[in-house]
Write a protein that binds this ligand. Structure first.
Ligand SMILES: [Zn+2]
Length: 273
């Protein structure tokens, strides 16, 4: 499932390819991925694409006159561009966006995704308008992280993957973030001291930046159909149950809580007393 690094990578490629172009047509073959009637997407016609950015696990495409297209790739998707003059994409897709110059892109959700449209003024009523800050934003300081952790008595793993508190971290990278920070996933977020909060802050940024520099996971594809370079061998403890911890060689454990698995080193991330 794509998380912040994959989405940032695709959004920046889309920005380079699409900004300045106008939308000529949108073809929708799976209306259940929409938040409004198919015919309303006619509003996008002849509007120029002004910007494309990542908001957590969503891609936000801003059009002229404050109209926004919001794309969630769900469990994964092929978001593939095609150049001007190429024949229409005949592959299986749910959504196709055609630009005025004949280029465009298609969305093929692996499982299920969203292709929503809202006016910017109504964004506050949409999930995207309620997302927490990006952990890679300049404004995401250790103080901001501390204030987010203080708001709840929930476990640190639940807190930092709650998209309304911090946007973009999910089950791919949370295990290695907590390992880098030396924190047990079951620790209560509001009880982390200043040192632990600072470690968590730098672990988030270091890990996500590392994945971003490798253009995302090896089994996800970018806007040009190329895979990322962050492979299984790059994971530290995530999905490595039974293998030695890269720091102390203790066997990595898998524990379950809240219906989900967590991977950790029991020595480097001791349980909280
Ligand atoms: Zn260890």
């Amino acid at each position: 499932m794509p998380e912040l690094p994959e989405i940032m990578n695709i959004a920046s490629q889309m920005r380079e390819c699409l900004v300045g172009k106008t939308i000529a047509d949108i073809t929708i073959l799976q209306p259940k991925c929409l938040n409004t009637a198919v015919e309303n997407y006619g509003k996008t016609h002849n509007r120029r694409i002004m910007d494309v950015e990542a908001r957590g696990k969503w891609i936000v495409i801003s059009l002229e006159e404050d109209l926004l297209l919001l794309v969630s790739l769900g469990m994964g998707a092929d978001t593939v561009s095609y150049p001007p003059g190429s024949p229409p994409n005949t592959g299986k897709y749910q959504v196709r966006v055609q630009c005025g110059d004949g280029s465009g892109f298609t969305l093929r959700f692996w499982w299920f995704g969203h292709f929503h449209m809202v006016q910017k003024a109504d964004l506050k009523d949409h999930l995207v308008g309620q997302l927490g800050p990006s952990p890679l934003a300049d404004s995401f300081t250790p103080e901001l992280l501390a204030s987010i952790l203080r708001t709840s008595r929930r476990k640190v793993k639940e807190l930092i993957t709650d998209q309304r508190r911090i946007a973009g971290i999910g089950n791919a990278y949370v295990h290695d973030i907590l390992f880098l920070a030396g924190l047990n996933p079951l620790a209560q977020g509001s009880r982390l001291d200043g040192g632990a909060t600072a470690r968590l802050h730098s672990a988030m940024r270091e890990l996500l930046q590392r994945v971003l520099s490798k253009r995302g996971l090896a089994y996800e594809r970018d806007f040009f159909g190329n895979p990322g370079e962050y492979g299984r061998e790059d994971f530290l403890v995530g999905y490595r149950e039974g293998e030695p911890c890269p720091r102390c060689s203790t066997a990595i454990e898998k524990i379950r809580f809240g219906g989900q698995s967590s991977f950790l080193c029991p020595s480097c991330q001791p349980p909280v007393k």
